[in-house]
Design a protein around this ligand. Structure first.
Ligand code: 5GP
Ligand code: MN
Length: 331
């Protein structure tokens, strides 16, 4: 099949699901709540519908999401390709972001589905369902399951909630719609325990995450005009604090929340010598996805990321200059 520019309909995806038995469901490297949540949500729905399903992630299950029902199903890629007819990529803006080992594991699949909410997604599937208005891939999965009358077991119900909650900053970002709250209400009516799931998601951080926050605060800088705030994490701090990749998840919101700040940036040295940049905008005039694209990254207008070459000082200088230019051009 050739790549398709047009979105597949729910019905077309339903056809594919009905006509096949075995599925491998994938999401991006360094998975977040929306990545793992979407995998579990769709995976357990298909399983409940009698399908054979494997859930693969390049980096496996992050510790902070291990509380999710059914999360034991998330595997790191096996060495040999999986016997699956259909591969489904979720929440993954570009195919390489699935990771090399995962791509190899899914290489027997004859049809690729690409379901995502990143505006920068180049539609690399045979069938694509890209809804950049949706606040999370988890919400697209919810709509798909309802439309196709697929089962919503407890694992799916909880995973959808966490996927959407984590990608909307607890239902706060402007991408959150009335439909998002209707969905949350429906999930609660289906038996979701709101207090427990929010407590597991947000009130259960390892101590080292606060030590990381302390270290980051020591590097906090703000541009002279107060519009940009940024902080950095170097490899020695990561080693000292025995950090795991997920420990920094969401911390950037702390500097995004500063009065007057329009764009927040987080620079992080990775073990492979690359630099990971995370950006957040509070102002639709400053599109951080466009800024990320200048360096080969992507994401959403208000939340985007880059993986670029170091050293960190150079990466920081280049990206901050690009943010400055965007502010001058569009401010
Ligand atoms: P985060 O800052 O939370 O890692 O990522 C913010 C958004 O940008 C997410 O939607 C994520 O998928 C996207 N993103 C992060 N890093 C990259 C990257 O290196 N390349 C692309 N294309 N998107 C990224
Ligand atoms: Mn997402």
């Amino acid at each position: 099949m050739s790549e398709s520019i047009q979105n597949a309909t729910f019905e077309q995806i339903g056809e594919i699901i009905r006509q096949h038995e075995s599925f491998v469901i994938l999401s991006h490297v360094r998975p977040d709540g929306d990545a793992i949540g979407s995998q579990l949500a769709l995976g357990f729905a298909l399983k409940a519908a009698g399908k054979k399903v494997r859930l693969i992630n390049e980096d496996g299950l992050p510790e902070n999401l291990a509380f999710l029902r059914g999360s034991y199903k998330i595997e790191t890629p096996p060495a040999e390709p999986i016997d699956a007819e259909i591969a489904i990529a979720l929440d993954t803006a570009t195919k390489p972001r699935l990771g090399e080992k995962s791509l190899h594991a899914a290489s027997n699949a004859k049809i690729w589905l690409n379901i995502d909410h990143h505006i920068s997604n180049p539609r690399y599937g045979d069938l694509n369902l890209i809804d950049d208005i949706s606040p999370a891939t988890g919400q697209i999965i919810y709509e798909l399951l309802l439309a196709l009358h697929l089962p919503i077991p407890d694992e799916t119900r909880d995973a959808i909630y966490v996927a959407v909650s984590t990608d909307t900053g607890s239902f706060q970002y402007p991408s959150t719609t009335a439909r998002t709250y209707e969905m949350a209400a429906d999930l609660i009516r289906r038996g979701l325990d709101v207090g427990e799931i929010n407590s597991s998601t947000y009130d259960n951080h390892p101590f080292r995450r606060l030590e990381l926050l302390r270290a980051l605060l020591n590097t906090l800088e703000r541009s002279a005009d107060g519009l940009i705030a940024h902080w950095s994490l170097t490899e020695d701090v990561r080693t000292d604090l025995k950090l795991r990749p997920e420990d920094s998840e969401g911390l950037i919101d702390t500097i995004r929340s500063i009065e007057g700040v329009r764009v927040a940036a987080f620079f992080e040295e990775l073990f492979d010598g690359k630099i990971r940049v995370s950006m957040r905008s509070k102002d639709i005039r400053f599109n951080v996805c466009q800024i990320a694209a200048e360096f080969g990254g992507g994401g959403h207008a208000l939340a985007a990321g880059i993986r670029m070459t170091g050293p960190i000082e150079e990466a920081r200088e280049k990206v901050l200059a690009a943010i400055q230019r965007a502010i001058v051009a569009h401010g």
